[in-house]
Design a protein around this ligand. Structure first.
Ligand code: DGJ
Length: 753
């Protein structure tokens, strides 16, 4: 009935407007249209449930055919009952408009923060959206796409809301497509990806702030009436101060195992904006998308604009379940090679900085082999001749090998590495330029800068203008040349160390486009380059880096296998950071290197790095005999547990923010094997604890033994390794490998017998 009605209305709307249709047909249709509008739409609202395995988002038309959100939460057994929810949603106030809009338009009846704001070709700024039609198609047994067409009854502007659900992962990906059939160009003043509406007693938002080496500091606040905005205006390195990810708890703050919580994140590698507006009914509107700051976007006649995806998952059972849902989704559907494997590596950045030559590097290849890692990663400093890259003040943009340091070129290094028994990877920062470079001299118009103002640099560099197709070609060419000349190149670290100041594009000016396109067209340009690169080189692992965790999101991770969470590799700091990142990103995507940062012993630094994609950035030859022996064993141990860390389920058990130690457990999908990591994080006498805490992620019916892994040479475990425990015991009574000032970190393997 409802699909027949939708079809009929769609058909009616579409053809009623067509001049090709004769008066006869119109006279045939009009009475029907009247009847359907009056009887079906007004009295039988269109109800669209968008469901995953456990959750539902329900949309419904109101008397005026506006589409509102009537329900968000746990799925009901009978979808018919969603229609009963309407009365509870307090969706309509005769004086002040509809609050629960599925995509809030600006300038007509709505007086709250809009999802869509448009300037029409005649200069008019009003927008309304009414329901036209919807359809649902199954991509496969797990993935369903619901698309809903809304239309302005006055102006020829149409929006299609897309909701892609990943049933078993309880994840929804939501985006919008805005189309204009107006004769002239229209301007999109605000163009959100998603608009949601929640009804709960209270709302608790956890968002993140930070800067270089201080990424992912969580802050939780109760949302009160009015607007709270999370946003970035930084351009290239958009996430430096704030990532586009948050946790939202309903009624009360969710814990790892209890409470209603939504984890949300925007797949967009540029300026973002997320509005949280608690309205006068204490309901919450969430609008997420590209930041419209300085970004009014023109839309030509008969063109469409596709927004990025807002990705979210909801759980009634706390943050642990929600994050595991997101991890399952990300590994299976989003991260490049998310279900595959990763290479362990030795990076030379902190070992040499810019000071290396072929001989030194050859020695490091051998060190990598000695350590047992898969790959050697050559960092910054290998390029530029007129202005050699011997520090961060020159050379960026001139991607030719520096002949003094590398007289035989990269090809020679790739071969040397192979001879030493490791693969070879390389660092690039292709979106950036130092003013002191040949590239800048040759193409000053390729640089993002205000022509009339002094340049403003970050780390002595500026972004190239990726809205310019010539620049896109150049950036692609940097990578393409490396791969063509060195087919055995096995890994790329793609860095990006400056934000966008003075956002102005000479290209947009020359091609008579609008400057307000720059922030958006930059990101689109970047994706074009990455798309082309992946079409030609689909598999080569690439790390997304940005002088720290300034850059990671789920659109970029379509092209990258991993990201660099922070330059801060102090293991104590990393425990907290990796903990927070782990709400959104699985361990397989998080690069974690053992370095000399921090005061903790090598074992502690290594144990922490083993919770991600393990790498080293140390001078191997400086390790004493025992440290070297330990590290060699650690790489081998990591190889034996990496499958569980990368592909298993993560349980955050003891939160270091509330305790003086941290404990996390990764469990294999079949619950046969789990790896437990515990770290002392406080440093007062008596910190740590041996009080058992409850494990999770085991099978209560299985019997397990525990075994300590990654022991430092000549140390003994304090665990009773002969003892057999039931999963039930470990998850009810609990267990604690008891970190203390004498054993500051412990890794325990828990294996089913
Ligand atoms: C910033 C990165 O985070 C570092 O790891 C290193 O690659 C430097 N850039 C190189 O300039």
């Amino acid at each position: 009935m409802s699909s027949f009605r939708s079809f009929f209305i769609f058909w009616t709307f579409k053809y009623y407007a067509s001049p090709m249709y004769s008066a006869l047909r119109l006279s045939f249709l009009l009475p029907f249209l009247f009847l359907i509008t009056k009887n079906s739409l007004a009295q039988n609202a269109v109800t669209i449930p968008i469901e995953t395995l456990h959750n539902a988002l329900v949309l419904q038309t109101d008397k005026e055919n506006h589409l509102g959100i009537t329900y968000f939460g746990k799925k009901l057994g009978s979808a018919v009952e969603y229609q009963l929810v309407t009365s509870q949603s307090r969706q309509h106030d005769g004086n002040a408009g509809t609050y629960n809009s599925a995509y809030t338009p600006a300038g007509s009846w709505n007086v709250s923060e809009p999802a869509l704001q448009v300037t029409h070709s005649d200069g008019n700024k009003s927008m309304d959206l009414v329901y036209v039609s919807h359809k649902t198609s199954k991509e496969n047994d797990n993935v369903t796409l619901t698309s809903i067409v809304l239309k302005d009854p006055v102006y020829a502007v149409e929006v299609t809301l897309h909701y892609k659900t990943y049933i078993h992962e309880d994840v929804t990906e939501q985006w919008s497509v805005i189309k204009s059939a107006e004769k002239g160009e229209i301007t999109l003043n605000k163009y959100a990806s998603a608009n949601l509406y929640f009804i709960a007693k209270d709302y608790f938002l956890t968002h993140y702030n930070g800067t270089w080496a201080k990424e992912m500091n969580p802050e939780q606040e109760q949302l009160t009436a009015g607007m709270r905005v999370l946003d970035s205006k930084l351009g290239t390195r958009a996430n430096l101060f704030q990532p586009p990810s948050f946790q939202l708890s309903f009624d009360k703050p969710a814990t790892e195992t209890e409470g209603k919580v939504l984890l949300g994140t925007l797949g967009w590698s540029g300026n973002f904006r997320m509005d949280f507006e608690v309205d006068s009914y204490h309901n919450l509107r969430l609008i997420a998308g590209i930041n419209n700051y300085a970004s009014e976007y023109p839309l030509a006649s008969n063109k469409e604009f596709t927004t990025p995806s807002f990705i979210y998952t909801f759980s009634e059972n706390g943050k642990g379940e929600a994050s595991r849902n997101l991890h399952n989704w990300a590994r299976k559907y989003r991260i490049l090679d998310g279900e595959g494997s990763r290479m362990t590596l030795l990076n030379n950045w902190e070992a040499t900085y810019f000071g290396f030559n072929e001989e030194k590097l050859s020695g490091l290849f051998k060190d990598g082999k000695k350590l047992g890692v898969d790959l050697f990663l050559l960092d910054d400093g290998w390029f530029a001749n007129k202005y050699p890259r011997n520090n961060d003040q020159a050379g960026l943009g001139d991607w030719q090998e520096n002949v003094k340091k590398l007289p035989h070129g990269i090809g020679y290094l790739v071969k040397e590495a192979k001879n030493a028994g490791v693969k070879f990877g390389i660092w690039v920062e292709p979106e950036m330029v130092n003013p002191k470079s040949e590239l800048y001299e040759k193409h000053p118009d390729w640089v993002i800068k205000e022509p009339q103002r002094p340049e403003h640099h970050m780390r002595n560099q500026l972004p190239l203008d990726l809205s310019n197709p010539e620049v896109q070609k150049f950036v692609f060419g940097v990578l393409d040349k490396l791969f063509i000349e060195n087919p055995d190149l096995a890994y790329i670290k793609w860095d990006c160390n400056a934000i966008t100041f003075n956002a102005h594009s000479a290209y947009l000016e020359k091609s008579k486009q609008k400057q307000s396109q720059l922030y958006v067209d930059y990101v689109k340009g970047l994706y074009k380059v990455l798309e082309k690169l992946r079409a030609k080189y689909p598999k080569v692992p690439m790390m997304l880096c940005s002088g720290g965790g300034g850059r990671v999101d789920y659109e970029a991770l379509k092209y990258f296998t991993e990201f660099w969470p922070s330059d801060n590799t102090d293991p104590l700091e990393r425990i907290f950071m990796q903990w927070e990142y782990s709400y959104f990103y699985p361990a397989i995507a998080q690069s974690a290197h053992v370095t000399d940062w921090g005061k903790q012993p090598l074992k502690y630094r290594t144990d922490v790095a083993m919770m991600g994609r393990l790498g080293y950035d140390i001078v191997v030859s400086h390790l004493n005999e025992k440290d070297l022996q330990f590290s060699q064993q650690a790489v081998a141990t990591y190889n034996s547990i990496k499958d569980v860390v990368w592909h298993g389920d993560l349980y955050r058990l003891v939160d270091p923010k509330e305790n003086s130690y941290a404990s996390l457990l990764f469990s294999s999908k079949n619950k046969d094997r789990a790896i437990l990591f515990s770290y002392l994080t406080g440093n007062r006498n008596g910190d740590g604890s041996d009080t058992p805490f409850r494990l999770q992620g085991l099978d209560p019916a299985k019997k397990y033994k525990v075994k300590e892994l990654n022991l430092y040479p000549e140390t003994k475990t304090a665990l009773k390794e002969d003892q057999v425990y039931s999963g039930e015991f470990l998850m009810t009574v609990g267990f604690n490998p008891a970190v203390s000032a004498r054993r500051t970190s412990v890794i325990v393997e828990i294996s089913a017998q």
